[in-house]
Design a protein around this ligand. Structure first.
Ligand SMILES: Cc1cc2nc3c(=O)[nH]c(=O)nc-3n(C[C@H](O)[C@H](O)[C@H](O)COP(=O)(O)OP(=O)(O)OC[C@H]3O[C@@H](n4cnc5c(N)ncnc54)[C@H](O)[C@@H]3O)c2cc1C
Length: 362
């Protein structure tokens, strides 16, 4: 075996989990290689563009260390010139941003990892062989990489409704994250629509009812799929009204005010009669898809479709030497700070594993 061709740690993914793992692995002198994904139309359609889900949101108010303030000078000094294109123009020019944007936050993480020596490959990992160590990874340019340990941090993709109006009002009243956006002033004491019928939709509705004047749950069936205890609680919530057997047909509003209403139609006849609901927001809670396709079954998944962590409080997976972090193994919290912390844990676990399981070199 040619020792030089085997990486000690390969990290797959470029959200908070991947970059945090890279920062920790680089500082532990493990010289990590990060596959950040490729900037392709396919990834755009699938919601898996490089730098992860945070790049789809304008303001991140709950990541510690970024209170409100003007970050423009800091961003220009911290980031390499050739990465400034990735930031929304408001981050660099015009009125001072109120708070850090998702794109800026994740760019800063990437830069921090690079500062400590992490190497970045702008390709997708498309195939893996995790049956023997060192593991083998094939990327979208056809290059094969071998690795003593792998950290999977490929995140998840939001399932959107697919309406043009939904796209138009993203970050202007349309959201896929109640915990991230629900407390925003635009939703306070206003009616809000949640679409979906599973645990996430019900939990989102419960959470949003703390701020909203009323929460409509639009669901395509006449009963919820959520856990019984959640269903019983939400049905007792006086602020919640159910819109059964219905689908969201359109989102109404204008560019200045954002969302002002939602048109719903009968699920059995979506092009038929429509009802208008006045609302300042639409929260889409019809599911998230963990990005595990490239694994082709190489790691065990849970019944919720995320990568299984068989050992409590560990980032270990079903394959020794392969670790996991972030939303790809998280069906519960799905927040940037949680993804970051699990990335750090995965790097620490990989470091220990390498010490305890050296590969015999001949
Ligand atoms: C609209 C929206 C707003 C949000 N707002 C907030 C907020 O305000 N605060 C907060 O804490 N959280 C927020 N979140 C949640 C937060 O974005 C996620 O919890 C977090 O980004 C998860 O990080 P991650 O590193 O696990 O994965 P992701 O951020 O999903 O990043 C993973 C990335 O890895 C790359 N990748 C995937 N597959 C491959 C592959 N095969 N090869 C190479 N690379 C690959 C892709 O680029 C992918 O995007 C929001 C989420 C959404 C959708």
């Amino acid at each position: 075996m040619n020792e030089k061709s085997v990486e000690k740690v390969v990290i797959i993914g470029s959200g908070p989990a991947g970059w945090s793992a890279a920062i920790y692995a680089a500082r532990a002198a493990l010289n990590p290689l990060v596959f950040e994904g490729a900037l392709t139309a396919e990834n755009q359609d699938a919601g898996t563009l490089p730098m992860g889900q945070l790049t789809t949101t304008t303001e991140v108010e709950n990541y510690p260390g970024f209170p409100s303030g003007d970050l423009r000078a800091y961003l220009k000094s911290a980031l390499a010139e050739e990465r400034l294109w990735a930031l929304p123009s408001d981050d660099l020019d015009g009125d001072p941003p109120r708070i850090v944007s998702g794109a800026a936050l994740v760019e800063l993480m990437r830069r921090q990892a690079e500062n400590f020596g992490a190497r970045v490959v702008s390709e997708d990992v498309t195939d893996v062989d995790l049956s023997v160590r060192p593991f083998t990874l094939v990327d979208s340019s056809g290059v094969t990489t071998r690795a003593e340990t792998v950290i999977v941090a490929t995140g998840a993709s939001t399932r959107w409704l697919g309406l043009a109006s939904e796209e138009r009002f993203k970050n202007n009243g349309v959201s896929a994250c109640a915990v991230c956006d629900g407390a925003s002033p635009r939703f306070r004491d206003q009616p809000i629509v949640v679409v979906g019928g599973g645990d996430v939709a019900v939990e989102d509705a419960e959470y949003l009812s703390k701020f909203a004047s009323k929460v409509y749950i639009v669901h395509r069936r006449d009963e919820l799929r959520a856990a019984k205890i959640l269903v019983e609680r939400i049905k007792r919530n006086p602020k919640v009204e159910f819109v059964w057997n219905s689908v969201v047909a359109d989102v109404l509003g204008d560019d200045a005010a954002g969302v002002q209403g939602v048109l719903v139609a009968d699920a059995s006849d979506p092009s038929g009669a429509r009802r208008q609901i006045a609302a300042s927001g639409l929260f889409v809670a019809i599911g998230r898809r963990p990005n595990v396709g490239f694994l082709k079954g190489a790691l065990e998944l849970t019944s919720e479709g995320v990568i299984k962590r068989p050992i409590p409080f560990s980032s270990a997976t079903s394959v020794p030497g392969v670790f996991v972090a972030g939303d790809v193994c998280d069906a519960r919290y799905r927040q940037a700070i949680v993804a970051s912390s699990s990335g750090a844990c995965a790097a620490l676990d990989a470091e220990r594993f390498l010490l305890e399981n050296p590969i015999e070199r001949r």
